[in-house]
Design a protein around this ligand. Structure first.
Ligand code: SF4
Length: 333
């Protein structure tokens, strides 16, 4: 029997290269060998953006279009919308009895995000909602309702998986063996650097290349990428290892990489020419994705029907698991 993967993505914006080389490249491999549920986590997006439902809804379709454009195959992956699975909300309520508040506040991922919110809003945490603190519980419901056994994550999300395991153990010890304790799977390239040299590419950091960016936007972004600050003149020798342009040459596997590296070190390559070469290669690299994206934008009804199909399959699985859970909790009236 195939192992079941459950993974999710919040519909708060379009996919960028950080997503593509981080999480998504793994999904493209895993979709061939696993039973794969891919959740568009709109309920989770609402924990942070509850006052902007239009943005979340619009991004459900945008994100699905992006996912299909990069090659997520809807015949192999069940792409579904979280809010169409009421069992997740039901299970979140049951699990909330199995987790203490202090345990949630101790969760390193929650702790970090609360600290970020406090820094952002400059208060003592009044902006932290009950729903936000409890999102690891809802994530445990996401995973377990589909009997997810393998969860692809970034290193910063490991505490969330550990929290799920604890909930599963507690549930099984009280109500009998019902749920599967999930394993995690860490991507080697989980974090992609931004054009500004920041360790992470992100929407809020303004340092990302999006799959939907047009040629002009991509060119402008690459022309402003951070290079070796010690290289002032064209013939200055430089260190490619601290240059974001070289980093992206490597990322998209430029065939000319050795020459780029040597010429940079020897001072025989100018940064403008180097950036232009990257622009050309990047546009070539993104071309098939952008073409596919255009197809799905012109065929929105296909995207909607893929989501509808995914929702139906996910609903069926969630109902089966929930029936078992209700039976074991003795609430199957
Ligand atoms: Fe970076 Fe290329 Fe300039 Fe070297 S020549 S610093 S690799 S942009």
């Amino acid at each position: 029997m195939k192992e079941t993967i459950l993974t999710g993505i919040r519909p708060t914006g379009n996919l960028h290269l950080g997503h593509f080389f981080g999480a998504c490249s793994n999904w493209l491999k895993l979709q061939n060998s696993h039973e794969f549920y891919l959740e568009i986590a709109d309920v989770q997006a609402l924990t942070d953006h509850f006052n902007d439902p239009d943005m979340v809804r619009q991004n459900v379709y945008e994100l699905t279009t992006d996912l299909l454009s990069i090659g997520i195959n809807p015949k192999k992956v069940h792409i579904f919308i979280q809010s169409t699975i009421p069992e997740i909300a039901e299970l979140t309520v049951f699990y909330s009895n199995l987790v203490t508040m202090s345990r949630l506040y101790r969760n390193p991922t929650v702790k970090t995000e609360i600290a970020q919110k406090k820094a952002l809003f400059g208060n003592d945490g009044e902006s932290v909602t009950y729903g936000f603190v409890g999102y690891p519980v809802s994530q445990a419901a996401d995973i377990t309702v589909f009997k997810g056994s393998l969860i692809p994550v970034g290193e910063d999300q490991l505490p969330l998986i550990e929290q799920t395991r604890e909930i599963v153990r507690k549930f099984n010890s009280i109500y009998g063996e019902t749920l599967i304790e999930p394993k995690h799977f860490i991507s080697k390239t989980a974090r992609i650097k931004g054009l500004d040299g920041n360790e992470k590419m992100g929407k809020s950091l303004g340092n990302a290349i999006y799959l939907k960016d047009d040629e002009d936007t991509i060119s402008k972004k690459i022309m402003s990428a951070v290079t070796d600050p010690n290289k002032i003149k064209k013939d200055d020798k430089a260190n490619p290892d601290i240059c974001m342009v070289y980093y992206y040459h490597k990322l998209i596997e430029n065939n000319n990489l050795e020459t780029v590296c040597n010429e940079c070190k020897n001072g025989t390559r100018g940064c403008v020419a180097c950036k232009k070469e990257l622009i050309k290669n990047m546009l070539e690299f993104l071309k098939p994705i952008r073409e596919k994206r255009k197809y799905y934008l012109d065929h929105k009804e296909e995207v909607e029907s893929i989501l509808k199909e995914g929702n139906i399959i996910a609903q069926k699985k969630a109902k089966e698991t929930m029936a078992e859970i209700r039976h074991n909790m003795k609430i199957d009236y």
